[in-house]
Design a protein around this ligand. Structure first.
Ligand code: NAG
Ligand code: NAG
Ligand code: NAG
Ligand code: NAG
Ligand code: NAG
Ligand code: NAG
Ligand code: CU
Length: 232
């Protein structure tokens, strides 16, 4: 009994340490931006992207190749939310969200793959570290993005399919609409009912999270992905 109580307290402590960083994607007035676009997150924290308007996406690149899937340049599969047209769900009083867990402190670079949104500055960083490399700032990333000829979306299997393909850079299982997530303040990517797995091409390790089935990618610094809907 003592042990059970202690274990429970430990679990509660761990859960309360986890933060959810909400990032607005686009807006009702057509803004081409992630807000905030420079996020500091600890390992274990969640990033919850809330799609506010338009038809945007969140895709992962590396620093040197903005507007291009990270899988095209490294062995990392990366994350991709797919396109999230907001209008339809907004009519029902809901907006799409997409959550990922941060599993490393290394900088993570994201862009919107729609049209030329990436070139227009719709990019962001998590854990920018100009101490590690002064060239790799968000400002420099935006400048580099602006100069890219193309904005390339990751290819991915349609929702619910599991598995990845490093050749195609596909990321499976990111979609799934659920109910009941409360948005900000939740301690996990809850609310998803049908999340798939997204295993890394290299590590292929799969872990199960609280309310999510997640994939572990040793090199990317991100774990799993869940798309969910929640009430406005
Ligand atoms: C558009 O929306 C963004 C985010 O809500 C806001 O910061 C900005 O001021 C708005 N711009 C205009 C012109 O309304
Ligand atoms: C959203 O954007 C994608 C990619 O450009 C496009 O294929 C899709 O038809 C768009 N959806 C809507 C509802 O406009
Ligand atoms: C990608 O994986 C292959 C095979 O495991 C390895 O030879 C190669 O060095 C890796 N490339 C990078 C950039 O990590
Ligand atoms: C930034 O990089 C430096 C040098 O590699 C490292 O010592 C430091 O811990 C990093 N900062 C964070 C917040 O990870
Ligand atoms: C710092 O980043 C730049 C841009 O990605 C890269 O070209 C350079 O090699 C990096 N420097 C070090 C020491 O890794
Ligand atoms: C990955 O995709 C390529 C191109 O579609 C295909 O040829 C290859 O067989 C796929 N590999 C796996 C492991 O599914
Ligand atoms: Cu966009």
């Amino acid at each position: 009994m003592q042990f059970t109580t202690a274990a429970l307290l430990t679990l509660l402590g761990a859960a309360s340490a986890q933060k959810v960083h909400v990032v607005s994607v686009g807006s009702t007035n057509g803004t081409l931006a992630f807000s905030p676009d420079n996020v500091k997150a600890d390992v274990g924290d969640m990033l919850q992207f809330q799609f506010r308007g338009g038809n945007h996406s969140v895709a992962q690149s590396n620093f040197d190749n903005p507007c291009s899937p990270i899988a095209a340049h490294t062995n990392t599969t990366g994350i991709f939310s797919g396109y999230q047209p907001v209008a339809a769900s907004q009519a029902m009083g809901m907006i799409p969200t997409y959550s990922v867990m941060v599993s490393a402190k290394t900088p993570l670079w994201f862009y919107c793959s729609q049209a030329k949104h990436c070139q227009a500055g719709m990019v962001m960083v998590v854990n920018e570290n100009t101490t590690a490399n002064s060239s790799r700032s968000l400002t420099a990333f935006k400048t580099l993005a602006k100069a890219q000829a193309a904005n390339v979306a990751p290819t991915r299997a349609s929702g619910g399919t599991s598995g990845t393909n490093s050749t195609t850079g596909s990321t499976g299982g990111s979609t799934g609409s659920g109910s009941g997530s409360s948005g900000t303040g939740t301690t996990s990517g809850s609310g998803s009912t049908t999340s798939g797995t997204a295993s890394s091409a290299t590590s292929s390790a799969v872990a199960t999270g609280a309310a999510t089935m997640v994939g572990v990618s040793s090199s990317v610094g991100l774990v799993g992905l869940v798309a969910a809907m929640f009430m406005l």
